[in-house]
Design a protein around this ligand. Sequence first.
Ligand code: PLP
Length: 325
Amino acid sequence: MALGNLLDLIGNTPLARVDFGSPATVYAKLEYLNPSGSVKDRSARYMVEQAEKQGLLKTGGTIIDASSGNHGVALAMIGAMKGYKVIITVSEKISQEKLQTIQAYGAQTVMCPATQFIEDPDSYHSVARHLAQETPNSFMPNQYFNTMNADGHYHSLGAEVWRQTEGRITHFFAGVGTGGTISGTAKYLKERNPEIKVIGIDAANSLRATNGNPKPYKIEGIGIDFTSPVLNYDVIDEIIAVSDEHGLGMLPKLARNWGLLGGPSSGAVAYAVQQYAKQLSTDAMAVMIFGDSGRAYLSKGFYGEPRHMRAVSHVMRDTSHTIEL
Ligand SMILES: Cc1ncc(COP(=O)(O)O)c(C=O)c1O
């Protein structure tokens, strides 16, 4: 049993075997079982603790950053535990659940328009930078440009995947947003075994996937929309772009056929892995990252038609049939 303070309990998430009909062994790494509910607990903790060590974050300080949601949730939890104020800038694309979770931890949120380019002065990243400049005794982890984001995953997720698979992993799949998860994890894995194939999942309408002509997309958390020092292409073998239709379409299937309630990035990753795994052999072992849970997106209606009955005295009614008790 895991014992320790909340931050000590980050990581050691389970690998769930998923039968995608492939000859290979496929595991989903259930990052939604981290204390604040996502893979971002690992990098947020690392960046905050490094800042403390370097004297960049001091008692009474304020943590400010831009987030598609989960990094903000993680910072809000860590700030609550360690006694820092937290301000998170978010874009209009964020789910109500993630927004309200950040607020529930006592952090302040700032809503920004969903711009297509991160350099736009109205983007959540630009607004966070501005706020950090204006706020005394503040620290901006700057997840989109701070390579410590990837370092956090190198030490945490990379080492863990290697240990849990006893070095037998042959393929690693992860969604790419800042690139921290894939870059840090892949660096660790490739140092142990350069033969391991690393596959990143991008959004089909991202800047990269559209060769500089991005269009809006619904999947939250992933999408390569700018050139980031965090994203290390040297350790990535292939990038697969997944459309909203395919990624979100996978969500009800994952929940209803495999009991896996993943968020949109998990849907995109699982879609890519299901296709890819068809060509893998029996001795292959694939690990795919499920970055967060579908519980953070239920209000978005991604999970298919609800099946609901209303109890009226001893009769249950729904639109299609009546059950006499
Ligand atoms: C659910 C989810 N999956 C994947 C990612 C992508 O991770 P990274 O930013 O490390 O590339 C994120 C990033 O916010 C996320 O929230």
